[in-house]
Design a protein around this ligand. Structure first.
Ligand code: GDP
Ligand code: ZN
Length: 461
């Protein structure tokens, strides 16, 4: 494919020791070559691929030195985009990095759109769509586990699995064609029937397995959305603060669907908690009070985890009981706080209300019980057993939606075979499954979807 040469600042904006301006395209090397003055008149267009060079950038208009740089030259196709790539390492200030960018733009490079480097890697066949999406996940990963999942996907673990399933479907369809073409054999009908049933069941069970990982995969990727509820003064803010202080809190600003929303993540034993509406909780103390009962029920419904806080040194009230009702059927951990004070709460009643949920007692003031609480959160999520290691997780909602559709169409095919539906109808469901799986790796996706996906990337990626 033929593309123009793009350029962007590939490191975060702000002050740092170094910043990188990256170029990709046929003119990447000639453009930087015109700016670069190396020791002894070294020309970048003559250097070997995958080498780095110290020198100065000189503005060809003013002939003034613009910046002192290290330049990496990487010739396609052994690069991320498969095109010629040049990375200019310059000083990390906003002025210097913009000056370098401006110089290369003046010489004909075009400012890259967000995600355009990765998009080129995809369009040039270096990676498939699910791998491109993994690059984005990798940048945004908030825990080691999430990062491992993204790495696995980037290496093509999910792609390989999907490709294997598609191959199975294709071979089955080919087999069926052959059977139809040679109807002179007596048992052809039964053979076709059995073959279809066997293959379809296999594909369905594999899709089902993948879908079973999606809940955890999604949580690893997006965080376990967590709401702390309880009456005023029971210790909700204290709990929030303990969780944040004991763990690394990560504040992210995610472009795309949740543009401009600042989210707070806390890494609890490898489980990223996304503290829902944190700012709101902090500012006004009480989420129910702030947004009204109806809305707060809605927020509660969307939560993956509820931390329900009670006061050990106070009687249970009707309000406490109502909160239990509001979170019925959800994943709840009940926290009885302020155990350093004299007991007033009726623990038998608390246990009744808690039913099958986990119950933890804490004194946040004296730092007691937080460990147990964190263990309970991790256990709830990982079932105590699963280590992310070798699993292929599906974590991306686009993939999950496609897998669900693929599951339905292969299920339809199985029903068809079992109920004696004509083969050509069953073939349609088979083909549909094949197409849907293809969309995951970008085989049959619409161009507008591709644009939309890549636009969610950060600039310079
Ligand atoms: P919220 O209204 O539910 O957010 O409760 P806060 O976290 O603001 O806590 C209310 C008060 O209880 C504050 O004065 C806290 O210092 C205090 N508090 C929180 N946890 C404990 C605890 O475990 N023991 C004691 N004695 N006081 C606590
Ligand atoms: Zn509070």
């Amino acid at each position: 494919m033929e593309f123009d040469t793009i350029a962007a600042i590939s490191t975060p904006m702000g002050e740092g020791a170094i910043a990188i301006v990256r170029l990709s395209g046929d003119d990447a090397i000639p453009i930087v070559n015109r700016l670069f003055k190396g020791k002894g008149g070294k020309e970048l267009k003559d250097v070997a691929s995958h080498t780095i060079h110290y020198g100065l950038l000189v503005d060809p208009k003013t002939e003034e030195v613009a910046e002192e740089v290290m330049v990496s030259v990487m010739k396609g196709p052994r690069t991320f985009t498969k095109e010629d790539v040049v990375e200019i390492n310059c000083h990390g200030g906003i002025v210097s990095v913009n000056r370098v960018l401006q110089l290369v733009l003046n010489l004909g490079a075009r400012l890259a759109e967000p995600g355009e480097f990765t998009k080129r890697a995809f369009l040039n066949g270096r990676i498939d769509l699910s791998q491109a999406e993994a690059v984005m996940d990798l940048i945004r990963a908030k825990t080691d586990r999430a990062m491992n999942v993204a790495l696995g996907q980037m290496e093509g673990r999910l792609s390989n699995l999907i490709q294997r399933l598609r191959q199975e479907i294709l071979e089955t369809l080919a087999h069926v064609e052959v059977n139809i073409d040679y109807p002179e054999y007596d048992d052809v009908e039964e053979m076709t029937h059995n073959l279809l049933l066997e293959k379809a069941s296999y594909v369905r069970s594999e899709i089902e397995k993948l879908l079973r990982t999606s809940q955890q995969g999604k949580i690893l990727r997006e965080g376990l959305s967590t709401v702390i509820v309880g009456r005023p003064n029971v210790g909700k803010s204290s709990l929030l603060n303990s969780l944040v202080h004991e763990n690394k809190a990560i504040v992210t600003d995610i472009p795309g669907t949740t543009r401009d929303v600042i989210e707070e993540y806390v890494n609890v034993r490898g489980v990223p908690l996304r503290l829902l509406d944190t700012a709101g909780i902090r500012e006004t103390e009480d989420i129910v009070e702030r947004i009204g009962v109806e809305r707060s029920r809605q927020v509660l419904k969307e939560a993956d985890l509820i931390l329900l806080v009670l006061n050990y040194s106070d009687d249970l009230t009707a309000e406490d009981e109502n909160i239990f009702k509001a979170v019925e059927g959800m994943d709840v951990i009940v926290i009885v706080n302020k155990t350093d004070l004299p007991q007033k709460i009726n623990m038998d009643r608390v246990r009744e209300l808690t039913k099958g949920h986990k119950l933890v007692t804490t004194s946040l003031l004296e730092d007691v019980g937080i460990d147990e609480l964190e263990e309970s959160i991790a256990a709830l999520f990982f079932d105590g057993s699963i280590e992310a290691g070798d699993m292929t997780y599906v974590s991306n909602s686009r993939h999950i939606a496609l897998l669900n559709q693929a599951y339905n169409s292969i299920d339809e095919a199985i029903n068809g075979v079992e109920n004696g539906v004509p083969i050509d109808i069953v073939q349609i469901d088979f083909t549909r499954t094949w197409e849907l799986l293809g969309e995951i790796i970008g085989d049959s996706v619409h161009e507008s979807l591709i644009d939309q996906l890549f636009s969610q990337f950060c600039l310079g990626k």
